[in-house]
Design a protein around this ligand. Structure first.
Ligand code: PMP
Length: 451
């Protein structure tokens, strides 16, 4: 595949307009230098200078079927010609079909779908559903988490980006979820970590007053905060605690859902059924903004004769839903979910483990499916991260040098704190994945210099 054109002049104009008028997310506006992107296809994108990049980020972990899939692009075009938009209070073909296809794939009886425009709105509405259903005010979430950047969602989020918004939403309580490599409980085994984390969660609930706790919100596999695969039995234990105290269990699968972990939803991999499940990103590979909450029969029944006091102008937008219907069919027809599982087991997993053996800067690798983290350290013994922990926003020279080396070689890496995540499109070919791992291998030599 070659870029269709190289057009540095247009690239420069795009960049100048961006710098003049676009206010970017998560950034000090004067310190960023966004790459002007000319096009994308499959697992690759290219800039206006004609440089091609293998995308190991899937955008922000959302293009699960890669860029510009012709079937989905055609479905969006067809829907645009037929009925490009319509208000939410009507029954629409694309919306009801998307809801049916999603409900069929979510675990258990999560059969009613409330549509949003993205992940944060899904989390906001899950919290509201849980508070209204239980009549309780508090919501618990993990310190190592990311749930979105709107009011409740950013407060649920544990990572340092929450700090500037702190106290924006009352009734949010954080707890420690398990993570053996940097154990908050100083555990030595997965079993210890699981048991201590469950005890800590239950203690937190008891001290907060179970009758005040509406929901526990957890990412099934926390993504942005480091792809921390939970130890066996942890999520089942959380389910039990929720049942014991009448708490709504919300699994946030905005990142982990729709094939990313090698099953339709990660909940399946851990044999657990939440009461509410949030999704976005992979539902239509982000071709048109869409998210939602899958709701259990019991919670849906609360709103059978009492109105749900919430809604969004573009809830279940026809274009987004048509893209979801096409995406789900593509995933089914092309076996994308099974492919992601095989990538994890046969290519990416073994590949990153092998990198860990050879590179002193690799402290740990972990993940499943097309969802892996490579954690970089100065010292493998002390596990001192390659950047100071919680150093969001600070100068980050070794990781910046590592990222620059990746980009120079044609690999676009997902770098966050002291980690690089290997999160390509779930339908990336084995050869493409191996190509990316080889480029990562070369760039890790730069990180090794800082050990
Ligand atoms: N929850 C999780 C688990 C996420 O990973 C994200 C986005 N990275 C969100 C919620 C927020 O989604 P959005 O950016 O679409 O609002």
């Amino acid at each position: 595949m070659t870029p269709p054109f190289a057009d540095p002049e247009t690239g420069a104009a795009v960049k100048a307009a961006d710098r003049a008028h676009v206010f970017h997310s998560w950034s000090a506006q004067g310190l960023i230098d966004p790459l002007p992107v000319a096009g994308a296809e499959g697992a690759y994108f290219w800039d206006y200078d004609g440089n091609r990049y293998l995308d190991f980020t899937s955008g922000l972990v959302f293009t699960n079927i890669g860029y510009q899939h012709p079937v989905v692009v055609a479905a969006i075009q067809e829907q645009a010609a037929k009925l490009v938009t319509f208000a939410p209070a009507f029954a629409l073909e694309a919306r009801s079909e998307a809801a049916r296809l999603i409900a069929e794939r979510t675990p258990g009886d999560l059969d009613k779908i409330f549509f949003t425009n993205g992940g944060a709105e899904a989390v906001e509405n899950a919290v509201r559903l849980a508070r209204l259903h239980t009549g309780r005010p508090k919501v618990l979430s993990a310190y190592r988490s990311y749930h979105g950047a709107t009011s409740a969602a950013i407060n649920l989020t544990g990572d340092p980006r929450r700090w500037p918004s702190d106290s924006g939403s009352a009734g949010v309580v954080h707890f420690w979820a398990p993570f053996l490599y940097r154990s908050p409980f100083h555990s030595e085994t997965e079993e210890q970590e699981r048991d201590r984390a469950l005890q800590h969660l239950e203690d937190t609930i008891v001290f907060e007053g179970p009758q005040t706790v509406a929901a526990i919100v957890l990412e099934t596999v926390p993504g942005t905060a480091g792809i921390m695969v939970p130890p066996p039995g942890y999520l089942a234990g959380v389910r039990e605690i929720c049942d014991r105290y009448g708490i709504v269990f919300v699994l946030d699968e905005v990142m982990a859902g729709f094939g990313r972990t090698g099953s339709w939803f990660a909940a399946e991999r851990f044999d657990v059924i939440p009461d509410l499940l949030t999704f976005a990103k992979g539902v239509n590979s982000g071709y048109v903004p869409l998210g939602g909450v899958a709701i259990s029969e019991e919670i849906a029944a609360t709103f059978a004769t009492r109105p749900y006091p919430g809604g969004l102008t573009y809830s279940g937008h026809p274009l987004a839903c048509a893209a979801a219907v096409a995406t789900i069919r593509v995933m089914e027809d092309e076996g994308v979910v099974e492919h992601a599982a095989a990538l994890g087991e046969k290519v990416i997993g073994p590949g990153v483990r092998e990198l860990a053996e050879r590179h002193p800067s690799v402290g740990e690798v972990r993940g499943l499916g097309a969802f892996w983290a490579v954690e970089l350290v100065r010292d493998r013994e002390t596990r001192e991260p390659l950047v100071p922990y919680n150093a969001a926003g600070e100068a980050n020279a070794p990781m910046a040098a590592f990222a620059a080396a990746c980009k120079k070689s044609g690999l676009w890496p997902f770098v966050n704190m002291n980690r690089t995540h290997v999160v390509p499109a779930c339908n990336i070919t084995e050869a493409e994945a191996k190509e990316g791992l080889a480029l990562l291998d070369a760039a890790l030599a730069v990180a090794d210099e800082h050990t």
